[in-house]
Design a protein around this ligand. Structure first.
Ligand SMILES: [Zn+2]
Ligand SMILES: [Zn+2]
Length: 242
């Protein structure tokens, strides 16, 4: 009875206040969360462009790997991302990260399924936020993405990492600061060690900026946690270092 009533109320509500696109204010397209089809089509998906074979950074025709991967040798085995943190892709991520609109993630279920079905993994580990940030924001976008993937693939989430130092957001820093920034910010959670050893990990973040956070966490998971392999995943990827 309660279910039935809430359905009726929901239908009346959407008639009076039809759901609109969070970006342009037009009517939201059916089957999408907070987005219209026009805005969705403006997103630059990484499957459409030439990218680094390791970290998914857009590259030139002559390159196979980006300059960062050639010089910095990231500790993850692969970094997969869905779309570029640029234009509407960046707007969407700001709504997810700072406005609690994490249901926007549901617009990318098919893309996530398509790419992740190409990889084997045992366990999902999300990148944590500092406890103070988690409390002030009320949620962690990486946890929301990890939960969605966990449901899609029936794989467990292990909170194997802890953020021990609060650092400025990668998006606010220069390239040198970004690369230096995450090195001592994370540690392996003691109780997680036995659950990740020997496993193939899907390490999940919301945005990969330089990939330095993911590389640093992959290093901890492999060296201290004894993980076999770390595949990094982020919903968005910054196109270049500004
Ligand atoms: Zn729109
Ligand atoms: Zn690369």
């Amino acid at each position: 009875m309660i279910k039935w009533l809430s359905k009726i109320c929901g239908s009346i509500e959407s008639l009076v206040f039809p759901p609109t696109c969070i970006i342009c204010g037009q009517l939201q397209s059916e089957g999408r969360s907070f987005l219209c089809n026009l805005c969705f089509r403006e997103i630059i998906f990484l499957r459409q462009i030439r990218k680094c074979e390791i970290c998914s950074l857009p590259i030139t025709e002559e390159e196979v790997q980006c300059q960062d991967c050639r010089q910095l040798n990231p500790k993850f085995d692969k970094l997969i991302s869905i779309f570029l943190y640029d234009g509407i892709g960046a707007e969407i991520m700001k709504f997810i990260k700072f406005n609690g609109k994490y249901l926007l993630i549901h617009n990318f279920i098919e893309d996530i399924k398509e790419i992740l079905s190409q990889y084997e993994f045992d366990t999902i580990v999300p990148i944590p936020s500092h406890i103070r940030k988690f409390i002030s924001r009320g949620y962690n976008p990486s946890y929301s993405i990890a939960t969605l993937i966990s449901k899609l693939y029936s794989k467990p989430i292990v909170y194997a990492l802890e953020k021990v130092k609060e650092k400025p957001s990668q998006l606010e820093l220069s390239i040198e600061e970004r690369l230096r920034n995450p090195s001592d910010a994370f540690k392996l959670s003691k109780k997680a060690k036995d659950t990740v050893a020997g496993k193939i990990i899907l390490l999940v973040d919301d945005i990969a900026t330089t990939g330095a956070t993911l590389s640093s966490c992959a290093n901890i998971l492999k060296n201290e946690g004894g993980c076999k392999k770390v595949i990094a995943f982020s919903l968005a990827r910054t196109p270049h270092i500004k």
